[in-house]
Design a protein around this ligand. Sequence first.
Ligand SMILES: [Fe+2]
Length: 183
Amino acid sequence: MNNMNTRRKELIDNTTTSRKGLKEVSSGYTHKVPSKGDMRLEKIINSILANEFSLFVKTLNFHWNVTGPRFHSIHEFLEAQYRELLEIIDDVAERVRKIDGHPIGTLKEFQKLTSIVERPGSQPETSNMIADLMLGHEVLQTQIKAALETVTGDYNDPGTEDFLAGLLSKHENMAWMLRSHLD
Ligand SMILES: [Fe+2]
C-alpha cells in the first residue's frame, strides 16, 4: 500500500459518528460535516427553500393581478422581485446539494414545509399586496436567523454560515424596497 492509500485508510478508520450524528474525521485536526445520519441541516435549508418558493409564487401572482393607478410601476417592480427570488431559489437548492443533501422540488413538498400563508380566490388591493409580500420577507428573515444560530452553534460549516448571512441581507434589501412603496 502506498503512502497515499495508507493515509486514506487512516482517515476512514478514524471516522466516527458523534452524539449529534455528525461525522468526525480526525486527521491532526477535527472538522465536522453533515453525515448521512444527520438530516437536520438539510431539512432546515429545505424549509427555507419551501418558503422562498411560496414567496416567489405569491410575488408572481401579484405581478399578474395588480390593478389600479399604480399598475405599470408595481407590475414592473414585482417582476424584478420575482426574478430575484428565482435566482435565490436556485442558490438555496444548490446549497442543499453542497452539504450533500437533496433539495425538494415538488409542489407537494413545498406546500408541506412552507409557512407562508396563501389566500386563494382573493386579490388584495395594491398596498395590501405590498404589505403581504413584506411580511413574507420578514418570515424568511426570522427563519434564516434561526438557521444561522443552529449552524453557528452545532456545525463547523462557515460556507453555509456565509451563505445564510448573504441570503439574509438579500431579503433585508427586498423588504426595504417593498416598504419604500408603502411610505
Ligand atoms: Fe410578466
